[in-house]
Design a protein around this ligand. Structure first.
Ligand SMILES: C[S@@+](CC[C@H](N)C(=O)[O-])C[C@H]1O[C@@H](n2cnc3c(N)ncnc32)[C@H](O)[C@@H]1O
Length: 257
């Protein structure tokens, strides 16, 4: 049975999600502050959560979308560098992947983990020139972005003609049984395990927030519709376990802007 502090944590997380989802302007500073406060635990909690499969899954999605040696990548919401690391493993060159993130602490962790160029900035206003990348990638940050249209417009702008966008995300499972299992594991067991492993309540808050944002995230059909409306071609989503989504699309080969 949940103890008082756990119950309070869950209530706070739900209240915060409701608050910042209601007001898009508050979302960015809220998310930035949350990741600044929890950056030190991100990698260990992520390892625990993915049971070691996170790197494999990230790399598989990038390969499947066509990432190859020699490509240049902008990894938006780079975090501590978990997706960027797999991109570098494929392109074979640290300088071919640029990481962008709003959180100073996540960028500092990425700087320690990887020798790639890093820039502070938001998905909705990328601090980069136009047509600089063959791939724009984003791992598990779509649900934090307040303005998807602005983020997709920016992705199109920084992509070269014919370039590819790859977005990894999680969604609330549709099947009743999968939903119940995911709620129990991601929303219940994971926050508790995170607390036990890190002995820091902020890690538990991060994981609580993780599930609450998954439940409140934009449905895959709406994400894909917004990608199409933003100008992406061949938009599709590979789905695994009724939980993981890998969206991809291409900028038209003759689109110069
Ligand atoms: C769950 S972490 C994902 C990190 C990494 N991509 C991965 O695959 O593990 C989400 C990251 O998104 C960043 N973020 C959230 N909203 C953002 C935005 N609007 N623009 C840029 N970064 C953002 C956060 O600071 C955080 O580092």
């Amino acid at each position: 049975m949940a103890n008082n502090s756990e119950r309070l944590d869950a209530e706070q997380s739900r209240a915060l999600v409701a608050l910042y989802y209601a007001d898009p302007l508050r979302r960015l500073p809220f998310v930035r502050d949350l990741f600044n406060r929890t950056a030190e635990h991100y990698d260990s909690v992520n390892r625990l959560f993915s049971l070691g499969s996170g790197a494999w899954y990230r790399r598989t999605c990038l390969r499947r979308a066509g990432l190859r040696p020699g490509h240049e990548v902008v990894d938006v919401a780079v975090g501590t560098g978990l997706l960027a690391r797999e991109a570098v493993a494929i392109t074979g060159d640290c300088q071919s992947v640029i990481g962008v993130d709003v959180s100073e602490a996540m960028l500092a962790a990425a700087r320690r983990n990887l020798g790639i160029p890093l820039i502070q900035g938001a998905a909705e206003a990328l601090p980069l020139a136009s047509a600089v990348a063959d791939f724009v990638t984003m791992g598990y940050a779509l649900r934090h972005v307040a303005d998807l249209e602005a983020a997709f417009r920016e992705a199109i702008r920084v992509l070269r003609p014919g370039g590819t966008i790859v977005l990894l995300e999680m969604r609330a499972p549709r099947k009743r049984m999968s939903h119940m299992l995911a709620a129990a594991y991601i929303g219940g067991i994971m926050p508790l395990l995170s607390l036990l492993v890190t002995r820091d309540s902020r890690a538990r808050t991060l994981m609580r927030y993780h599930w609450d944002t998954i439940v409140n995230s934009v449905p895959p059909e709406a994400v894909m519709r917004t990608m199409v409306d933003s100008g992406f071609l061949g938009v599709n989503c590979w789905s695994e376990f009724d939980l993981f989504c890998c969206y991809f699309g291409r900028k038209a080969p003759d689109q110069t802007q």
